[in-house]
Design a protein around this ligand. Structure first.
Ligand SMILES: Cc1ncc(C[n+]2csc(CCOP(=O)(O)OP(=O)(O)O)c2C)c(N)n1
Ligand SMILES: [Mg+2]
Length: 332
């Protein structure tokens, strides 16, 4: 038996199985979206593949009744944990009227769902960072017990928005968790050509907050780091920067050909550390899951993915007359 690392964090076997199932749902939805894209049914995919452990591990450490999340386009694992459904995500992929994110107006990956405290973002990368800082400031002024959680890529950590947001949160000791999902690439640019320092987390000291680099393929390690950051925020001790290191297993998007800038060998090597496989192995080694349960979980997930696909494919598009709805204020 391998060492049980989840029990000491207060995570039950049921909870870690729930984490695994959420990671798997994100992966299977993403895989289905690629098939739908390549068969001409949906216009665009931007993947979570390789980052599910970081996303789900982090989101499980937050309070879904109090905290606000500011996800970036890859964060299927975050939004699924916060209550968005497989059908909601497929409706977005097919750009149908019922898509809760934008009613089929935006590209997929522009998550936003008020009832689940998922705050809508914009296409320019990193704009969600100052938004998360602003909501944390509002929460502090209103003496609310909330933490804001914002994610972004390592490429995006070079944008001014990150530095301005981090500085403001540091100065005002705001309860923000900055989580950089370092997947080693910003489209075709490898991390060595993006950062002059070794780790994104090295930047934390410049903004007066603690910074940690953790294994983004290990949901338990990410859970622990985010849980501690949330507790620090709730105690009034200010923000934290967490960098989760993983690897982007797919091309940047369905419009990218990654063979032009990285070798198939490099990708194959990263796939041997695929968090779906390594976390599945951990659950087996600790006696939480056997082959039969693994199959049951996979079957349950595939049923959801199939139902979501059928529903979204058959759902109506928005009426043309609705195109400007939510763009301009309407007379009450
Ligand atoms: C301000 C801005 N500049 C450029 C782009 C185009 N763009 C979209 S994603 C991306 C790469 C971002 O890389 P990273 O932050 O590492 O995130 P990843 O896609 O690797 O998860 C770029 C340059 C954009 N959307 N916004
Ligand atoms: Mg990146």
């Amino acid at each position: 038996m391998a060492e049980n690392r989840h029990a000491e964090l207060g995570l039950s076997d049921e909870k870690v199985l729930e984490m695994y199932e959420t990671m798997l749902l994100a992966r299977r939805l993403d895989e289905r979206m690629w098939l739908l894209n390549r068969s001409g049914k949906i216009p665009f995919v931007i993947s979570c593949q390789g980052q599910e452990a970081a996303q789900v591990g982090a989101a499980f450490a937050l309070d879904k009744e109090k905290d606000y999340v500011f996800p970036y386009y890859r964060d299927m694992g975050v939004v699924l944990t916060f209550g968005m459904t497989a059908t909601d995500l497929m409706l977005s992929g097919f750009a149908k009227a019922e898509d809760p994110n934008s009613g089929g107006r935006q590209m997929p990956g522009h998550f936003g769902q008020k009832k689940n405290r998922i705050v809508t973002g914009s296409s320019p990368v990193t704009t969600q960072v100052p938004h998360a800082v602003g909501v944390a400031l509002g929460g502090k002024m209103e003496k609310k017990d909330l933490v804001t959680f914002v994610t972004f890529g390592e490429g995006s950590s070079n944008q001014g928005d990150f530095h301005e947001g981090a500085n403001f949160a540091g100065v005002h000791k705001l309860p923000v968790i900055f989580m950089c999902e370092n997947n080693k690439y910003a489209i075709s640019v490898p991390v060595e050509k993006q950062l002059a320092c070794e780790n994104v987390s090295d930047r934390a000291i410049g903004y007066g907050m603690p910074g940690f680099t953790v294994d983004g393929n290990d949901p338990i390690e990410v859970y622990k780091a985010v849980k501690e950051a949330a507790e620090r925020g709730r105690r009034g001790e200010g923000p934290t920067l967490i960098e989760t290191v993983s690897y982007r297993l797919t091309p940047h998007s369905s419009d990218d050909d990654d063979r032009s800038y990285r070798s198939p060998d490099e990708v194959a090597k990263a796939k041997s550390n695929d968090p779906i496989i390594t976390f599945g192995a951990y659950l087996k080694e600790t006696g939480c899951m056997d082959d039969e349960l693994e199959k049951t979980i996979n079957d349950r997930v595939m049923k959801l993915v199939n139902e979501a696909t059928d529903y979204a494919e058959n759902a109506p598009y928005a009426d043309a007359e609705e195109a400007l709805k939510y763009v301009y204020a309407e007379k009450q």
